[in-house]
Design a protein around this ligand. Structure first.
Ligand SMILES: [Fe+2]
Ligand SMILES: [Fe+2]
Length: 167
């Protein structure tokens, strides 16, 4: 896939690639019959719905409800484009290549702009959370460390005294 589209979440990147491949196929392929075109559109619908579900679940882990809802509205917009493609196919018994191409462009732009931005924010928040989690046990460490240093110094002094002072 075009590196520009990578969002640094492997599973999400793979799903984006699959959806973009299906859209490209719909916009360029010569479907031998209506059934083949319907099967492709059905696969797009299933893959997309699964992807939106997983992406929104990931967003929910660290973002506010409003942020997730705003992104979810964009996904609903895309779902209505799939419905329009299905309706055209049902009426005309053929794929609407122009509509498929504009749907592919919409989706590519969505990944490039909105997904990349929001997933970068998710990555940042997850990293901060992870750093915070790693830093917390260290905060309890100083309570034991001076004690260990004191013991060590005491041991050294004791050892020196035993070496140099007559018993
Ligand atoms: Fe996405
Ligand atoms: Fe998205």
């Amino acid at each position: 896939m075009d590196n520009m589209l990578l969002c640094n979440f492997d599973a999400i990147d793979r799903q984006h690639e699959r959806i973009l491949d299906l859209l490209k196929h719909m916009a360029t392929a010569d479907f031998p019959d209506q059934e083949t075109a319907v099967a492709c559109l059905q696969e797009l619908k299933t893959t997309t719905l699964e992807h939106f579900d997983q992406e929104e679940t990931l967003l929910c882990t660290v973002l506010s409800k409003d942020e997730v809802d705003n992104h979810s509205k964009l996904h609903q917009d895309f779902e209505s484009r799939i419905v329009a493609l299905m309706q055209y196919l049902a009426r005309n018994r053929m794929m609407n290549r122009m509509l498929a191409a504009s749907t592919a462009k919409w989706y590519r732009d969505h990944v490039l702009v909105e997904d990349k931005a929001i997933l970068a924010k998710v990555r940042l928040k997850l990293d901060l959370k992870e750093n915070d989690r790693e830093a917390r046990p260290a905060a309890t460490r100083p309570a034991t460390e001076p004690q260990q240093v004191k013991t060590t110094l005491f041991d050294i002094v004791g050892a020196l005294r035993r070496l140099w002072l007559p018993s």
